[in-house]
Design a protein around this ligand. Sequence first.
Ligand code: ASP
Length: 463
Amino acid sequence: MQGRILVADLGNHIGELVSISGWVDVRRDQGKMVFFDFRDRSGLVQGVVLPKSPAMEIAKDIRNEYVVRVEGLVNKRPEKNVQADRQNGDIELEIQTIEILNPSEPMPFDISGDTSGIDENVRAEYRYLDLRSKRMQKNMRVRSEFIRRCREYLFANDFTEIETPLLTESTPEGSRDFVVPSRLHPGKFYALPQSPQQYKQLLMTAGFERYFQIARAVRDEDLRADRGFEHTQLDLEMSFVTMDDVMAAVEDMVTTVVEAMGYTIQQKPFPRISYKDAMEKYGADKFDLRTENEKTAKVLAYAWVVNFPFFEKTDEGEWTFTHNPFSMPIPEHLEWLMKGEHIGDILTTQYDLVCNGFETGGGSIRAHKPEILEAVYKVMGFSNEGLEERVGHMLKAFRHGTPPHGGIALGIERMVMNLTGETYLREVQAFPMTRGGQTSVMKAPKPLTEKQLKELGLKIDKK
Ligand code: ASP
């Protein structure tokens, strides 16, 4: 007999004695005969233990979700028993032996259907079981395929994949940072990256010209359906480009990838709308362009939103950036920025990608000359020292031959939510956090031991 065969391949082994390994998806004990559905990564197959089979005794002990190795004969089903709509519906495994590789306690909740209605904390505690369900298996595989195809596209188009640090300096991305205390430098902290923004720009200074990364971004924000502490970005940056170049590159990648996955794009090229028109027409800068019929088909309605204001007033009446302080204004407004005039009217080169009601990505052309970035920080009220402290390292790089450049980050989860029709981020992440900020399966956040606190020079202020 050959080694393990995947159940999806059993149709090629009719009449042969084979060995399969996997989980017991369902057991149906009919007294004289016991039926099973076995599951492995490739799908399902039905097996039967006939009355005189030596496997009968053990078959009676086996329960759902046991891990087993099964030997049996692949039989064609008689015509009247064929289930044409099911995988392996035309064959059946006549079981000779079953070896229990590992038994299982009963499932804490039903994993045979859609688990989205199960209590969130229970799902999180047993996330590895939740992930066995068909919908979650599909979501994770769609995510993997989407990322794989994007990678393939980017490699074919001369991009280099480069990782940037996780322990870094606080970046002015507009959210609260997650910080990590330093043992070597008590009282000092690293920040987890809100995005690889500054490093990817420095990679342009370094001459890579086309960079990408499947990057984790961490932001201490209020949790929402489509926002978690952690998310993954397809982050990219290109040198010697205009807004149109980056938008065209992203559009071509997204189109190539999603069409290969069987989806239809509503409008090509993606329509473009100004922020002002979007607010007037939809009351928001993200919107759903699909018709009711398209919502049930695999239709993706992508659109670009452009011409965002660069600055807005804070509650304290100071200017702050709306999207990204490293952006360049549109060419017509560069002079206003440099002179510090018409601040509220300056438009940025920001482009946001919207799809089916979600903001799925955003990027811009960057300031690549020190005086332009300086002008942005001056508008925001920074002194020379403040500027140096915050972005001095970027200004220095810009004085050493940084080419014009721009890029974008696409939100992988939101992209995959569009592909799977899910409305919650946690349905497309393997181990998401609960709404209360607790990790799946493991129990973070947790207190540190006295020893750890001492090593880090930290004291906890008991509230
Ligand atoms: N760093 C930006 C973000 O994370 C994306 C970009 O401008 O490339 O939203």
